[in-house]
Design a protein around this ligand. Structure first.
Ligand code: ATP
Ligand code: MG
Length: 438
């Protein structure tokens, strides 16, 4: 029984392509990605987590029992094959396996995805569509993105911390809060870990975290999820410019790692990589005021003081081949905790990083208000209850320090790097207002 073999007797598809010598006997296991029958032969494309390889069963050179299994096996069945590596110019990758034995592990019913199905249908069958090579490629890129982020902070001496998901107060505005019942009291799912990270910088100085953030976004867009992976960082002694440099170095580092390790996946996804290869900090910086001017010149009328939506951001990205920053926003469109600009108190020391090619905002950050009285005034101005923010205000009472931070939407970054046209495929189980399945 092949199934009883120990794990290390199996070869992965990638190893076959890397080290497989013609004539070498191998044992592979995986799923039937494709099946084709031609006269006396059955072609089974075996898929494992590392790739796909063609396995050929010849009627005349295997026992009848093996031939009947090859005939009976269905697409997406799990199986084990024993065979010999054979160079073949026509096979993808130049190698195939000549099969000597097969074992069906789990036979598959007729797999309900054939290709060309609608987006809705594929979401209905997300648990099965997830096996697709497209989603597999995206998740491998996402893995490398997360790994590169961790490496970046680790090497620079930042502390990774674990802020809570259940929160007692809103951070990014009440409109997009998910409420929950916390032992009879109102609580919320976190929209951002920022306020907690701010608490931690008084001891650890430079902290970062990856947590899910929850936003009950009302409208369905191509770049909003109700639950997303939020990478946030906060550091004492950092001003806005210091923090902007951290973000551009981070993005540069992540893109470089992805290009080093995930070219195959990017290629499979049809991603053109020139722009990613050319990326080099410092990224261009424009102020909000300049952005308004540029938009007006580009024929998109917008009043000073209005927030930049997806359309405005897309228009702005036409002017850049690299990620770029917009800085110094009107205070009325930004959160209460952003520090006022010393030279113009109508503006805040906030920055957004926008990805090019129409993608738009991937990072939002700012220098934080570190003065007790100013912060209290902003909280009241924003219509919030200072009682609920007592602990947050306390930070400005006990050894306040200039500090800055940012939040990065990991799925937004993955979406841009992989060239996806919708954020849903940057996460295995997307959650939207209309649906959260499975
Ligand atoms: P937007 O204006 O695009 O709605 P935001 O200004 O509300 O975003 P921030 O509060 O600054 O976003 O959050 C920091 C980062 O988190 C954003 O730059 C973005 O990358 C990501 N992000 C925010 N909301 C979502 C969401 N609903 N789905 C996915 N990512 C998000
Ligand atoms: Mg923002």
């Amino acid at each position: 029984m092949l199934i009883l073999m120990t794990n290390n007797t199996f070869t992965k598809v990638r190893e076959v392509f890397k080290n497989g010598a013609p004539g070498e006997k191998v044992l592979l296991r995986g799923w039937v990605h494709r099946k084709m029958e031609v006269k006396n032969r059955v072609f089974l494309v075996l898929r494992d987590s590392t790739g796909t390889i063609q396995c050929v069963v010849h009627k005349d050179s295997v026992p009848e029992s093996v031939w009947s299994k090859a005939k009976a096996i269905t697409r997406e069945s799990s199986f084990i094959v024993e065979g010999v590596v054979k160079p073949d110019k026509r096979a993808p990758g130049g190698l195939e396996i000549t099969v000597s034995n097969i074992e069906i592990v789990g036979i598959s019913s007729i797999f309900p995805i054939f290709g060309r199905e609608s987006v809705e249908y594929l979401l209905d069958n997300r648990h099965l569509w997830i096996r697709s090579r497209k989603l597999t490629a995206v998740f491998k890129v996402k893995h490398t993105v997360l790994d590169a982020c961790r490496e970046f902070f680790l090497k620079r001496g930042w502390w990774e911390v674990t802020p809570p998901i259940i929160t007692m107060s809103a951070c990014e505005g009440g409109a997009t809060l998910f409420e929950l019942n916390y032992f009879g009291e109102k609580a919320y799912l976190s929209q951002s870990a920022q306020l907690y990270l701010e608490v931690l910088i008084y001891s650890l100085e430079k902290v970062w975290a990856i947590t899910p953030s929850f936003r009950a976004e009302k409208s369905r867009t191509r770049r909003h999820l109700s639950e997303y992976t939020h990478l946030e960082a906060e550091a004492s002694w950092y001003n806005m410019e210091d923090m902007m440099r951290v973000t551009e170095d981070l993005i540069h580092h992540v893109v470089k790692r992805v290009l080093e390790e995930r070219l195959e996946e990017l290629e499979f996804l049809g991603r053109k990589t020139e722009l990613l290869e050319d990326l080099k900090p410092p990224f261009p910086r424009i102020t909000y005021d300049e952005a308004i001017d540029v938009l007006r010149r580009q024929g998109l009328p917008i009043d000073w003081g209005e927030d930049l939506g997806a359309d405005e951001e897309r228009k702005l990205t036409e002017n850049f081949d690299t990620p770029f920053f917009i800085t110094l926003f009107p205070k009325k469109i930004k959160a209460f905790y952003m520090k006022l600009c010393p030279s113009n108190p109508e503006l805040v020391l906030g920055f957004d990083m926008l990805a090019p090619e129409g993608y738009g905002e991937i990072i939002g950050g700012s220098q934080r208000e570190d003065d007790y009285d100013n912060l209290l005034a902003r909280i009241i101005e924003a219509g919030l209850n200072p009682e609920e923010y007592k602990w947050y205000l306390d930070l400005r009472k006990y050894g306040s320090v200039p500090h800055s931070g940012f939040g990065l939407g990991v799925e937004r970054l993955v979406m841009w790097i992989t060239g996806l046209d919708h954020i849903r495929d940057a996460t295995p189980f997307p959650r939207f207002r209309e649906r959260a399945y499975p």
